[in-house]
Ligand binder design. Structure first.
Ligand code: NDP
Ligand code: 8X3
Length: 249
């Protein structure tokens, strides 16, 4: 399989690249940090190709796809993994620019990539789009505001893709992980405050990027008649918050 992975310069994306490559597949590593994806491509050898990509830019998406060498087509699996959370401030305090960046990356970037790759999959009668959602798209929490909303979008967009793709042979899946450590997610969210980022995982055994990569590989390896619509994973140590009740007095 040829697997196009957005956000392959770190975290889930880099681990998915390693996992697919080590299992005999070819991986296209896409992200903004060219040095990172080129290092990873060198590590993985002939089974990897680095492609600089900013999913928030249509011109960047068009250039990345148009520049693919013929032997790196067709794309069998698109993994829309590039994404981020910014901030945990409440809605009335968070900078608007953070909301816009999350929407541009997690929603607009994801749909733009899908829109670019899907017609060819449908024409060939096979393909798989794996979107990386989040438990934040299923359950609200304080400070999750727009991040959670973008991931709810990912969940519903994936299900609506399924509705349109019935009968085409093209599959679509939302993977929705909960607390996952060992990636740059919280460092990005807390804007370089690494102590605050580390605190998120203190005393926990979170999911790992490998857990997510193994899940993606399993989904992509299922026979063509099986579509995993949505799958949610949490570490065993994570549960559900009680409803907040603000009592008078
Ligand atoms: P990381 O911060 O480690 O990785 C994020 C990746 O996204 C990086 O490779 C980054 O690359 C890329 N990226 C960000 N913006 C863009 C952009 N505009 N264009 C292209 N690539 C971009 O985070 P994770 O690996 O943890 O997260 C991956 C996905 O999983 C995200 O969608 C996240 O929301 C989701 N998720 C994470 C969870 C967690 O707890 N870690 C849990 C549930 C979901 P570069 O900066 O080089 O462009
Ligand atoms: C990341 C999981 O709980 O930090 O999507 O929102 S959480």
């Amino acid at each position: 399989m040829i697997v196009f992975i957005t956000g392959a310069s770190a975290g889930f994306g880099a681990e998915m690249a390693r996992t697919f490559a080590h299992n005999g597949h070819r991986v296209i590593l896409a992200a903004r940090r060219t040095d990172r994806i080129e290092d990873l491509a060198r590590e993985l050898g002939e089974s990897a190709l680095a492609v600089t990509l900013d999913v928030t830019s249509q011109a960047s998406i068009d250039a990345a796809l148009a520049g693919l060498p013929p032997q790196w087509r067709p794309i069998d699996v698109l993994i829309n993994n590039a994404g981020l959370a910014l901030n945990t401030l409440p809605a009335h305090q968070v900078p608007l620019a953070d909301w816009h960046t999350m929407i541009a990356t997690n929603c607009q970037g994801l749909v733009s990539m899908t829109h670019a790759v899907l017609p060819d999959m449908v024409a060939r009668g096979s393909g798989l789009v794996i979107n990386i959602g989040s438990t934040a798209g299923h359950y609200p929490y304080p400070g999750g505001n727009v991040y959670g909303a973008t991931k709810a979008f990912v969940e519903q967009f994936t299900l609506n893709l399924r509705a349109d793709l019935v009968g085409t042979g093209v599959r679509a899946t939302n993977i929705a992980p909960g607390l996952c450590g060992g990636t740059e997610f919280s460092n990005v969210r807390f804007k370089g405050d690494d102590a605050a980022a580390a605190k998120v995982y203190e005393g926990t055994t979170p999911l790992t990027a490998k857990d997510i990569a193994d899940t993606a590989l399993w989904i992509a390896s299922l026979p063509p008649h099986v579509n995993v619509n949505s799958i949610e994973l949490m570490p065993t140590c994570q549960g559900f918050s009680p409803f907040t009740i603000k009592r008078a007095g």
